[in-house]
Write a protein that binds this ligand. Structure first.
Ligand code: SAM
Length: 248
């Protein structure tokens, strides 16, 4: 699967538009955590649990959703090959014989229209087609369509602690300004998570130490989720913690 993932050096050296968040250590950590989760499904022979609906909230350049789509589509191909092998065996299992399966649907939102343009270019230049790009506040215009249906939700929010007024600024400031404790935008999505995730859904959310990730975990546990830190990484002037959230 590593061969399909976008090379970090290429992504870092891309000239991104100045009004779009350029993929950085947080974006790479998020992709690494998601890849590890998908590899676990592969190594534990759980490809039937591959997501059917994947949503990235706040997609920026499109690097994260593009990487996730490439990784998932690669595993779907492997799953398909396994089914063909099983179907050609003398006594095919029922599922293989029935040829069940089908691709994951991908959605990505951003509040910044320039980000959606950049994401469209990133996806097209890596031959990833069919991702639905939606300009909206968090997930507003995808509800109720995707309510309770999201199997994989990815979110790298604006997490830098700032005065609350900065959260309302337009353009690139919206990529990082997180208000008090850097939590204003994250907390709005956390409140919606129970209505978004499917019964088998998983979410990966970027936090930094100033966001108090353990407190976020407690909030998620009080909502009935299982939550943990999937990956921690020291980056320039921040400690990143990628939260992994799912139902018990
Ligand atoms: N996902 C990209 C990545 O990891 O490189 C970009 C992450 S950047 C830290 C946060 C993104 O969230 C920005 O593209 C920003 O425009 C978007 N964003 C901020 N507030 C939002 C909101 N209320 N609804 C949707 N997107 C939002």
């Amino acid at each position: 699967m590593s061969s399909v993932v976008l090379p970090e050096a290429e992504i870092r050296n891309t000239n991104w538009s100045s009004d779009v968040y350029a993929p950085s250590d947080d974006s790479f950590a998020l992709v690494d955590a998601v890849k590890e989760y998908l590899l676990q499904l592969h190594s534990k022979c759980l490809l039937q649990q591959l997501p059917r609906i994947c949503l990235e909230v706040g997609c920026g350049s499109g690097y994260v959703i593009c990487s996730a789509a490439l990784a998932i589509q690669c595993l779907e191909q492997q799953q398909q090959q396994q089914r063909l092998v099983q179907a050609s065996s003398p006594q095919p299992p029922a599922a293989a014989a029935a040829g069940c399966g089908g691709g994951c649907q991908f959605f990505a939102t951003d509040i910044n229209p320039a980000a959606l343009q950049a994401a469209a270019q990133t996806l097209a230049s890596h031959q990833v087609h069919g991702v639905q790009l939606v300009q909206t506040d968090l997930v507003a215009s995808l509800i109720p369509r995707l309510a309770g249906a999201i199997d994989l939700l990815l979110f790298n929010p604006p997490y830098v602690p700032t005065p609350d007024e900065e959260v309302q600024r337009q353009g690139i400031a919206q990529a990082w300004a997180g208000g008090v404790d850097g939590r204003r935008v994250t907390d709005r999505l956390l409140a919606q998570l129970p209505d978004l995730l499917s019964p088998q859904g998983h979410a990966f959310i970027v936090t930094v130490s100033e966001n108090r990730p353990q407190e976020i975990i407690s909030i998620l546990e009080a909502q009935g989720f299982v939550a943990s830190i999937a990956l921690s990484r020291a980056a320039d002037e921040e400690s990143l913690h990628i939260l992994h959230v799912h139902r018990p």
